[in-house]
Design a protein around this ligand. Structure first.
Ligand code: NCD
Length: 324
């Protein structure tokens, strides 16, 4: 007999956790997106809550700052009827490992069903997941993965374009430091989209040629024929030393404005995970242009996607959809 734990472990990376997009199959991604589609409707209704997670406890454990990810996980868990606790821990760089495991063990003793964890070190969330009994969702670990962001981006695109398959998607800017880019590359490749990375050489990760993407150092060349343009925040807090000559110069060559966007398809849409540096990686007016920008929709989809992930993990349903 297959146990509940085995069912989930078979479907997700790690053991009953959602640690990354890498390793998820296309049918599992589609299952989560289909589930999330239903939650979009629920979130637009007057009554937004169900009792699917009634009696369950979700702990949001954030060692790094967050606005939209934290609030949307909190809302997602509450809309499913769970009890939610937010723990915001300032991470001390010296005692990081010790703090992480100590905190995890302390919280584990309180029997949470799900822990949603964000940490500035790549791999820290996986380490924590090996020490606790409940399910763990990675809400961003260093520059490694941010799976729910990629899922919410995919949902946003799918609802506008119908399908991810065959779309040309450009991911632009600070790719080297971006867990959002890494998770999106895995997801888009798995779903059959064509991925282009556009960045100065200093902001491209070392092993980029193994990621199944095409790279460009020139925005206008890279944006040609694109359906979706994903802009990334310049993550100054993760940079040691100088990666870009100056902010002004960065905007001139890699900032998205109407002129550069004109190289993409006429119906191309613009995305950004937030928080945005207006005038650094994206022109402020373009970010607010409702005809071109999906940035607000991304935030809305974030709640629905996180509800779907909490649903799938706690109910062990990720494998119910037939394999593609
Ligand atoms: C991203 C993150 O924290 O990785 N933001 C987010 O989750 N909305 C991207 C970023 O910080 O630039």
């Amino acid at each position: 007999m297959t146990t509940y734990a085995e069912t989930i472990a078979a479907g997700l990376n790690g053991h009953g956790h959602l640690l990354g997009i890498e390793g998820l199959r296309a049918d599992q991604i589609s299952y989560l997106l289909n589930l999330a589609d239903g939650y979009v409707d629920q979130n637009r209704a007057v009554k937004k809550t169900t009792d699917l997670l009634s009696g369950r406890t979700v702990i949001n454990l954030f060692f790094e700052n967050s606005t939209r990810t934290l609030t949307s996980f909190e809302l997602a868990a509450k809309r499913l009827g769970a009890d939610v606790i937010n723990m915001l821990v300032a991470s001390s760089s010296i005692k990081k490992g010790e703090t992480l495991i100590d905190t995890a063990m302390t919280l584990n003793a309180m029997h949470p069903d799900v822990m949603v964890v964000r940490h500035s070190d790549s791999g820290a969330v996986k380490l924590l997941s090996e020490k606790v009994n409940g399910s763990v969702i990675n809400a961003g670990d260093g520059s490694h993965e941010h799976p729910t962001q990629a899922l919410l981006d995919a949902l946003t695109i799918r609802r506008r374009k119908g399908d991810l398959y065959g779309l040309r998607v450009a991911i632009c800017g600070d790719i080297a430091h971006s867990r959002v880019a890494r998770s999106n590359i895995h997801l888009l490749n798995t779903m059959g989209a064509e991925v282009r990375l556009i960045a100065p050489p200093t902001l491209l990760p070392a092993a980029v040629e193994r990621m199944g993407v095409e790279t460009f150092h020139n925005m206008k060349e890279g944006l040609e024929g694109c359906d979706i343009v994903m802009m990334l925040r310049l993550q100054l807090e993760r940079m040691q030393g100088s990666f870009v000559p100056s902010i002004r110069e960065y905007f001139r060559y890699f900032g998205l404005d109407q002129e550069k966007l004109a190289m993409a398809k006429p119906d191309a849409l613009v995305m950004h995970p937030g928080p945005m540096n207006r005038g650094v990686e994206i022109d402020s007016e373009l970010a607010d242009d409702l005809d071109r920008s999906l940035i607000r929709t991304q935030v809305e989809m974030g709640v629905a996607v996180r509800m779907a992930c909490l649903h799938a993990l706690t109910q062990g349903t990720l494998n119910e959809e037939p394999a593609a």
